[in-house]
Write a new protein. Structure first.
Lengths: 365, 365
């Protein structure tokens, strides 16, 4: 069922989206502030993907860049709508709705900003079912909708259109080049598609899931219940039904570098118990990619690896990792449509240069 | 007067264009072979800029990239026409003619390739009056015609449109980013303009000048006359009337690196006379920028600094410079429209980070 999203919902949505960002996706806080400012006391119509018309014309909108840059280079706020308008003009067709390309991090907010500015509704679905670092890592692309033509807007009104036909990796490569030259952040409109395409290729109801997750964590804290149980309970009725606690410990090492337009690095988390030598190591490229406990893989992309505060369950992004933080690490299973051979080729371990095979997090546990 | 260019004219045109490339512009040989192949026994109509209609719609076409890459990464040949078609589609208007953006090097050939493929005529004018390394270094831009929107095509059919409004330096910056990601070479259509704009902003008759130069050098060799006198005689009746021999010697040092999408470096040329300690040093960024004889500036951008074989006057590009070559270095004056304060701001010494002021080569001599 379609529903109305209001400014009061945004902090919960941001919390849930940061969890689904699995360490990356960019901090949604800045995006939330931009949406709040434009939305005021209004509301945004969120469309259930099962209920949209097959010929609804949807243009997803997003921010792209390294999360480390995103938190320092604040957008003017008008760029994503400029990207949408640029793509509309190029296609000679106006959008009936926008949609996220990823449900994690700041990109949960960018389509809401466009909606608040334009009055367009937002489809409750996305193409990553979490956050991924590259524009080609989309269920849209896996199931036959391609990203080109892509429109990219910069803060000084720069407008770029990129068309690489069916080659979504080349689209990502060229768009990343522009984003780097824009200072590390760009705003995009891409993967224009019909309502029928949305039903066939998108991960459904991820905006409402992020909102439910964030709300459940907050309510549990307010009611002095375990936020970890709240996360598991909320996800149990979704396509992300398995939640595994992978580790609890203290951050003892973080290496992070912004290179080639990405934030890449690793974190080490050591057991709190001084008699234990156990260590969990996480590698990331914007998002957490693999978690190894004493060298043994316990979770791997595309399953979610989420680092959260050990008490409040507040999600911690890769750029927020600090020495000494006490954290828990959760593994969360992804929907079946994200684990097919075609999906794993697009955003499974080999897509990130990892030699380890994908094994579902619930199987490892 | 309009005239017909045939395949037999191409070697002379290439030789003259290499001289006007002032070390850069890319080797026109590959471009010439592509034009020959498409043109066959046909001909290309070259339009005199004074005779074109004010409402003629002109879309210039070119190759961009580092000359060091251009000679290794051979274009398929269809890219520049794809760039033209992409810009036509974006503007909703078809071109009546194409034109060079620079008259030096391979970009003397690219518009001819487009003409041979499409049947369009080519306007006998350009926007650099030589070769320059950046897309913003155009008399077009200096006199009020801007490069955006620019269309860029890659060898795998990639199509990119860049619109930075009046900011031609940002256009260059973004297009260069795409070109680097395409492997170092891209093909472009930009600076779309009217016939009236051409008359106001372009350096006139530079295709015919390049052809005359190349032909004069060849004929002088065939007739055992001095090719250096032939160069001076040919230019005496053009807007490039001053030719100064700056140095004669042997290449004793070449440093060259391909960085940020450019070929940058320096060459040292030492006097042949063993009793002389004189050395000429040339700095280049794709093109030769400044020549210092024993530390004293003898020629500087935008004037032409041309390194040629000491006997045959065959022009030598920066990527063709080799230790031991015996060369002469010529300084050639540029037209007055390239020496105004606005022109010097766009492509004078400061535009290349040089602290030396511009002084006309004929004044220094």
């Amino acid at each position: 069922m379609s529903w109305q999203l209001k400014a009061a919902d945004l902090p919960d949505l941001a919390r849930g989206a940061t969890l689904l960002g699995t360490g990356g996706g960019g901090d949604p806080y800045i995006g939330m502030m931009l949406v709040k400012q434009v939305l005021g006391t209004g509301s945004i119509t969120i469309l259930d993907p099962d209920e949209i018309a097959d010929d609804l014309f949807v243009i997803p909108t997003a921010q792209m860049g390294a999360p480390t840059v995103m938190i320092e280079k604040i957008p003017a706020g008008t760029e994503p709508t400029l990207a949408l308008r640029t793509l509309e003009e190029h296609l000679g067709r106006t959008a009936d709705a926008t949609m996220p390309i990823e449900c994690g991090g700041i990109n949960s907010m960018i389509p809401l900003l466009v909606a608040a500015e334009t009055g367009l509704p937002v489809v409750d679905a996305d193409g990553m079912g979490r956050a991924f670092p590259e524009l080609s890592m989309e269920t849209f692309a896996v199931y036959g909708v391609h990203g080109s033509p892509l429109a990219l807007a910069g803060e000084r009104g720069e407008r770029v259109i990129i068309d690489t036909g069916d080659d979504d990796k080349q689209m990502e490569w060229l768009a990343r080049g522009i984003t780097i030259r824009l200072g590390g952040v760009g705003h995009i409109a891409e993967y224009a598609m019909s309502g029928a395409d949305v039903k066939r290729t998108a991960v459904p109801r991820t905006i409402s899931m992020a909102l439910s997750l964030g709300r459940a964590i907050r309510l549990a804290r307010e009611q002095h219940r375990s936020p970890f149980s709240a996360i598991a309970d909320t996800l149990s009725s979704t396509l992300y039904s398995n939640v595994v606690e992978l580790f609890e410990g203290k951050v003892t090492d973080v290496e992070r570098r912004t290179t080639d337009g990405f934030a890449k690095g690793r974190a080490a988390i050591s057991a709190l118990d001084p008699t234990s030598n156990q260590t969990l190591e996480i590698l990331f490229q914007n998002e957490n990619l693999i978690a190894r406990r004493d060298g043994e893989v316990v979770a791997i992309v595309p399953d979610l690896i989420c680092v959260v505060d050990h008490e409040s369950a507040e999600p911690i992004t890769t750029e927020g990792l600090r020495y000494g933080q006490r954290v828990r690490v959760l593994g969360i299973s992804t929907p079946d449509m994200m684990r097919t051979p075609a999906a794993l080729a697009a955003f499974g371990p080999t897509a990130f240069g990892l030699s380890e095979a994908f094994v579902p997090v619930e199987t490892r546990a």
